[in-house]
Design a protein around this ligand. Structure first.
Ligand SMILES: Cc1cc2nc3c(=O)[nH]c(=O)nc-3n(C[C@H](O)[C@H](O)[C@H](O)COP(=O)(O)O)c2cc1C
Ligand SMILES: CC(C)CC(=O)C(=O)O
Length: 356
């Protein structure tokens, strides 16, 4: 391992270090949330406020952190959430992140807005890739992406449902992120003539279909054999509908980047888990920076949790090795948190572990 990585003891220190190496615009884009960033802060604060009820005098000399999501074995219940443009962090972009995730028995979710192709990233994380789909107004492009993801061996399709439009992220209005001319974002295709006045993110925004509804989910269901996961669900009403449509549920407020003052995924999790009644799997993201955060989300019923920004910060600092370091820190913390709570298997984590 690069000697300098070891000096960072936790994900907060990795973030501070990444802020020094990233361009101000890229860091502002990665870190920022919508409006006053209430939801962004709440994502972190929610974990600090939820208290654990550890059990004592349990033999924890042999702890197993492994689990499984939709048939993919995980060394611990954590994967990489979809993030646009890893290439702003490191030239190896999503390929480096995917390699790191695969080498540690984790899982990579590739964003529609990636720098690398689905096929390249799939090779970097065989059997450990999910593909995130933003549904475009032009359904044929979306359908072709789904087919490519399936052919490349992606194990699930993650459909993001909380972004009919991009949220108002003031940091990037002040310091717009600039994609170098000539950069290829392979799933976007050439610019529509007449769109020159839009910056890159606004242009992408204009491709997304704000008219997406449950009938489109039914349409997607017919396009693919892959399991479908709806990302961005925050209520029991939508979780119930997702399960009715045969979709798994990813509780998320998009890292506080969409609707400011929306509930956190952690707050929404109990009603979501109750609504799906075990018919489908439930995942969560937003604000995970500690092993105890993973423990709490799993105890509340999440099958696994996902990280976005923390992985990008590791990537910015040291490419594949930086992402591996980030994941390893989290796995070590999670194992210790299990031991100190008197739990030896992920299946033992339940609501009795939490002070409600
Ligand atoms: C820079 C950045 C880019 C993102 N890009 C996407 C994306 O392309 N698709 C998507 O569904 N979510 C995207 N997200 C949201 C993340 O998948 C995730 O929901 C959110 O960041 C919460 O995790 P975190 O607190 O660990 O960052 C992005 C988040 C960030 C910070
Ligand atoms: C390209 C963007 C739509 C990616 C995204 O979801 C985000 O920045 O939060």
């Amino acid at each position: 391992m690069t000697p300098t990585l070891k000096q960072y003891l936790n994900l907060q220190e990795l973030e501070a270090a990444a802020a020094e190496v990233l361009s101000p615009a890229a860091f502002a884009y990665y870190r920022g949330g919508a409006n006053d960033e209430h939801t962004l802060r709440a994502n972190r604060d929610g974990y600090a406020q939820l208290k654990l009820r550890p059990r004592m005098l349990v033999d924890v000399s042999n702890v197993d952190t492994s689990t499984e999501v939709l048939g993919v074995p995980l060394s611990f219940p954590l994967g990489i959430a979809p993030c646009a443009m890893h290439g702003l962090c490191h030239p190896d972009a999503e390929v480096a992140t995917a390699r790191a995730a695969a080498s540690l028995g984790s899982l990579m979710t590739l964003s529609t807005m990636s720098h690398r192709t689905i096929e390249d990233v799939s090779q970097a994380a065989p059997e450990r890739l999910w593909f995130q789909l933003y549904v475009y107004r032009d359904r044929e492009i979306s359908r072709a992406l789904v087919q490519r993801a399936e052919a490349a061996g992606a194990r699930a399709l993650v459909v993001t449902v909380d972004a009919p439009y991009l949220g108002r992220r003031e940091a990037i209005i002040k310091t717009p992120v600039h994609i170098e001319p000539g950069t290829i974002l392979p799933n976007i295709g050439p610019r529509r003539p007449g769109s020159e006045q839009l910056d890159d993110l606004r242009y992408f925004d204009s491709l997304l279909d704000p008219a997406l509804t449950w009938k489109d989910i039914a349409w997607l269901r017919q396009q693919t054999q892959l399991p479908i996961i709806l990302k961005g669900i925050l209520t029991h009403e939508d979780a119930g509908l997702a399960a009715q449509h045969g979709c798994h549920v990813w509780a998320s407020n998009h890292g506080g980047r969409q609707l400011d003052t929306a509930v956190t995924a952690l707050e929404a999790l109990p009603e979501i888990v109750e609504a799906v009644e075990g018919r489908v799997e439930v995942y969560l993201d937003g604000g995970i920076t500690r092993g105890t955060d993973i423990l709490k989300a799993v105890a509340l019923g999440a099958k696994a949790v996902f990280i976005a920004r923390a992985a990008l910060y590791g990537l910015a600092l040291a490419g594949e090795e930086g992402v591996r370091y980030t994941l390893q820190l989290l796995q070590d913390e999670f194992r210790l948190a299990m031991m100190l709570s008197g739990k030896t298997r992920v299946s033992e984590l339940g609501s009795d572990l939490l002070k409600m």
